[in-house]
Design a binder for this molecule. Sequence first.
Ligand code: SAM
Length: 200
Amino acid sequence: MIHRQSELIKDIDELGVSEELLKLWFHSRYSTSKHLLILYSLARGIGKGKFLEIGFGRSTFAFLLASIQSGSDFTCCDAVNYPSEIPCPEYDRMYFVHGNSAEIWNTSVRYDLMFLDYFSDQSMSMRACFWELVSALKHLNTHGILAIHDTFDHRYSVKKTIRLIAFLYRLDVVTLPFNYGLTLLTRKGVPNFGDPWEKA
Ligand SMILES: C[S@@+](CC[C@H](N)C(=O)[O-])C[C@H]1O[C@@H](n2cnc3c(N)ncnc32)[C@H](O)[C@@H]1O
């Protein structure tokens, strides 16, 4: 069950996949509330691209909206088949993988923006986190952004693992220290996304 799932269903029913929905959630008290507009902006900034999220939830609707607006491809993966429980007509605009992250790592698809949100598990070892992140980096386009949730909470191994990965793979790291933390990883010295003044 997703955090306050019946409320989520009601919100989607009333506002649809919209900017109003994201603004409503921004003012709420969810673990990702202050990250949803950031993820949406990253996706919109990239423009037409390929987005991946592992861990269905409110963030899915931020990616869904950005994908609809920019004509991007969006893949969402979760071990639980949440879309079958949470109605939304816009699901035909995303590709849902019902399964483990390994199902994604077994493909050869590369992404421009990836959001991993399944590390808030105190039993998850640094070794397990490490292999998830290494696998993810193999699927990240050269200019891509890897966003990871729950990275500012010392209870989770992902916090330390990111430091190690960033060092080994020469990545630029920004960790936003609110909610439970959102880290953005990019490769050092990659070209930018073209004309910064192009209209959104
Ligand atoms: C914290 S929730 C995601 C929250 C969501 N991103 C949001 O914004 O509300 C984590 C989700 O990851 C899924 N999950 C955990 N480990 C996974 C794995 N290895 N592969 C795929 N899904 C996984 C769980 O089923 C759960 O739905």
